[in-house]
Design a binder for this molecule. Structure first.
Ligand SMILES: Cc1cc2nc3c(=O)[nH]c(=O)nc-3n(C[C@H](O)[C@H](O)[C@H](O)COP(=O)(O)O)c2cc1C
Length: 194
């Protein structure tokens, strides 16, 4: 038996990065759960932001943003950045989060987040009270300690321990154990026609 629960805007799990807009001189950050990679050529991130967000103003001024992945133990800091607005308060001063320069764009990254993505805005589309912002990934920073191989680009997900958001029950969680290998586990259903 399945119950119809209506047109709820929920997928499970959701990422919950801190998105930064602005510059080293004037920046703001907010928690964003409606965000993901949507293309790989060119590498593109899309996110849904409510028109009223202060960080969106800064993103529009500088045509860039950074996506900063927090560890699960940063849930309280992320939640604060998703409750307070930069119009009234300096979230970096309030939380102790620190900004460091990006390599290719003017918008900084958050030092305390172990994985950071630099994006240049490529377009935006209105979706009711929201704006869908698309940004091309131009560079990625990964702390040495979260790399599986010091010379590679593959992340040790347990070392990263990324914060996840569960919509509906409004919980922050961490990821569970590995269950299978992607692009491999499904091969047992393939035959000569696939
Ligand atoms: C878990 C969580 C997820 C959120 N996801 C989004 C989102 O995807 N889009 C959005 O516009 N606001 C989202 N918010 C709300 C903003 O982070 C919040 O309104 C923030 O205070 C805006 O800050 P600003 O005005 O300084 O930019 C989320 C908040 C929380 C706590």
């Amino acid at each position: 038996m399945k119950k119809l629960i209506g047109a709820v805007e929920r997928l499970f799990p959701m990422p919950c990065p801190l998105v930064v807009g602005g510059t080293m001189e004037q920046a703001d950050t907010l928690a964003v759960a409606w965000i993901n990679v949507v293309a790989s050529t060119p590498p593109t991130i899309a996110m849904g932001l409510r028109e009223s967000r202060h960080t969106l103003e800064l993103i529009r001024t500088n045509h860039s943003f950074t996506v900063n992945i927090p560890r699960a133990d940063m849930a309280d800091v992320v939640d604060y950045c998703g409750l307070a607005t930069g119009r009234k308060t300096d979230k970096f001063a309030a939380t102790g989060l620190t900004l460091t320069p990006s390599s290719l764009i003017d918008t900084p990254i958050i030092a305390e987040c172990p994985y950071n993505i630099e994006c240049r805005v490529t377009s935006e589309t209105q979706v009711g009270a929201y704006v869908l912002v698309l940004g091309e990934i131009v560079e990625v920073h990964a702390e040495q300690a979260i790399l599986r191989d010091p010379d590679g680009d593959v992340i040790d997900i347990e070392a990263l321990d990324p914060l996840c958001y569960i919509a509906g029950s409004r919980e922050y969680r961490r990821l569970g154990e590995r269950v299978a290998t992607a692009f491999e586990a499904g091969k047992r259903f393939m035959d000569d026609t696939d």
